[in-house]
Design a protein around this ligand. Structure first.
Ligand code: NAD
Length: 481
């Protein structure tokens, strides 16, 4: 494939890196399992050996982020994904034999699918899980035998620079390399003629990335965000709902693509929910927002965006209920945003139109569950949907009348950790999925191979010119009900 400069003129060093990786891929051919496993092992070593430095870099970038969050939500999912790939990739790599239907089914004709590396894959990642959203997809990319260029976010500069150094120390640039930089580098990166481009980030930037990739017909996987709803049925256990929804909402201060964005709750449970939420927060995060287990909002722009969401909701008639201390100027300076429930939210408010990505939780009261389903279906398809309840028929009703990238029942976000399940969005929340075998397939080409038998099928059917009666008879016999 040509690597002539694209319309956006990729930086020469980016082009050089891509050329280097592509040349190595072509020279060395398809890497055997042991090479893939060695690359995966080097990723695991890097993450385990440098886990403390990585946690410190992320904390520096955020201002405050507990090491427990970086370990459990960035490093652990990556290590689990890498180990899962290491354990299973030999099986995934096996060619699959396929039976054939008549008339191809002749003695000696054989068909199989070979899963081959695509070549060089690009990864563009966001700031909210700056390590996990590089290494988690990298597990799939390497398992499938590809080489990889990674462009992490400029909003976590320390972490991105550290990952660049660590990757350079563990990998030849022809195998895996990290390039750093802002939006301009992102634009040039997205214009490179990769064999596949995986982008994790916002739908707005996702559109631009897809448009740039389209210039080169580069296939894309888009892992985007959205408003993940929680539907609480009347058969749910409210204690578990409060516990799990708030755990998911307040981890990383809500800056999680899978965080519950808003909750649909039976109207008569509203007061109870608010009381329990306050008690839960007081117990889990005493002294919030000034609590060491809490996370800063990543920068002033996002902090002010959250303030603007609250102001807009209040202006339009919402009742905003703090569930912990309102936060003084000191916590404001450290961008520790106090969590708040938003009652009476309506569709004209920004908070119900935009992804919240912070510790604000609209709680929407319903009388009939179908009101919640109708509300969900007026918005773009979310990355995840959460249903709480023991009523199996109701659960089925919710799942068959909505669509989302994934679902966790009676908890939030947990489907992300299941390597056996495809992870990805649908509609506005993205396209294409990865994780485990689905990730391996995503970054492989399923190549059809047919070995012809020694029998001359075309001759037997009379399908070689000059066409005559034999072909007419064969076709008349084949083309029937
Ligand atoms: P973002 O879209 O602003 O940026 C993501 C990456 O794209 C960054 O590395 C950035 O430098 C780069 N970029 C910016 N402009 C670009 C351009 N024109 N061309 C190419 N690259 C460009 O997203 P963000 O603010 O970093 O992350 C938050 C968003 O990511 C939220 O919407 C969240 O839901 C989503 N997200 C999705 C997942 C998922 O797995 N689906 C996971 C985490 C975050």
């Amino acid at each position: 494939m040509s690597t002539q400069p694209a319309p956006h003129e990729p930086q020469p060093d980016l082009v050089r890196l891509l050329d280097l990786q592509r040349a190595a891929q072509l020279a060395q051919g398809e890497p055997p399992a042991r090479v893939r496993i060695d690359r995966i092992d080097r990723c695991i070593d890097l993450l385990v050996a440098h886990r403390n430095e990585l946690c410190e870099a992320v904390a520096c970038d955020f201002g405050q982020r507990p090491a427990a969050i970086t370990r459990s939500m960035d490093i652990l999912p990556s290590v689990l994904a890498l180990k899962h790939a290491r354990r299973n990739l030999r099986r995934w790599m096996r060619p699959e034999r396929r039976g054939l239907q008549f008339p191809l089914r002749l003695p000696g004709t054989r068909a199989r699918i070979m899963y081959q590396p695509l070549g060089v894959v690009g990864i563009i990642s966001p700031w909210n899980f700056p390590i996990g959203l590089c290494f988690d997809p990298l597990a799939s990319v390497l398992a499938a035998g590809n080489r990889c260029l990674i462009k992490p976010s400029e909003l976590t500069p320390q972490t991105s620079a550290l990952m660049q150094r660590l990757v350079a120390a563990s990998f030849d640039a022809a195998e895996v390399a990290v390039v750093t930089g802002g939006r301009d580098v992102g634009e040039r990166f997205a214009a490179l003629p990769f064999d596949h481009l995986l982008f994790t980030g916002s739908p707005a930037v996702g559109r631009r990335v897809m448009a740039a990739a389209a210039e080169r017909l580069v296939p894309v996987t888009l892992e985007l965000g959205g408003k993940c709803p929680v539907v609480v049925g009347r058969s749910a256990d409210l204690t578990a709902v409060v516990d799990r929804v708030l755990t998911g909402k307040l981890a990383n201060a809500g800056q999680v693509c899978l965080a519950p964005d808003h909750v649909y709750l039976p109207r008569e449970w509203l007061e109870d929910f608010v009381g329990r939420a306050r008690a839960w927060v007081a117990r889990a995060y005493p002294g919030l927002p000034d609590n060491g287990d809490y996370t800063s909002i990543v920068n002033a722009r996002h902090y002010e965006r959250l303030e603007a969401l609250v102001a807009d909701a209040i202006n339009k008639g919402a009742h905003v209920v703090p569930v912990a201390g309102a936060g003084d100027s000191c916590s404001r300076q450290r961008r520790l945003f106090a969590p708040q429930l938003v009652l009476n939210a309506s569709d004209d408010m920004r908070i119900m139109r935009e992804e919240i990505f912070g510790p604000l939780l609209p709680v929407l009261a319903y009388d009939r569950l179908d009101e919640a389903i109708a509300g969900i279906n007026t918005r773009p398809r979310p990355l995840a949907l959460y249903y709480f309840g023991k009523d199996i028929r109701e659960q089925r009703h919710v799942l068959t009348h909505t669509l989302s990238g994934g679902v966790t029942v009676n908890d939030v976000a947990m489907h992300y950790l299941a390597e056996e399940l495809p992870f990805g969005g649908v509609g506005e929340s993205g396209m294409g999925a990865y994780h485990g075998e689905h990730g391996f397939r995503r970054f492989s080409h399923a190549r059809s191979v047919l070995e012809q038998s020694r029998f001359d099928l075309a001759g037997l059917a009379g399908s070689r010119p000059p066409y005559g009666k034999r072909l007419a008879r064969s076709l008349a016999w084949l083309i029937r009900r």
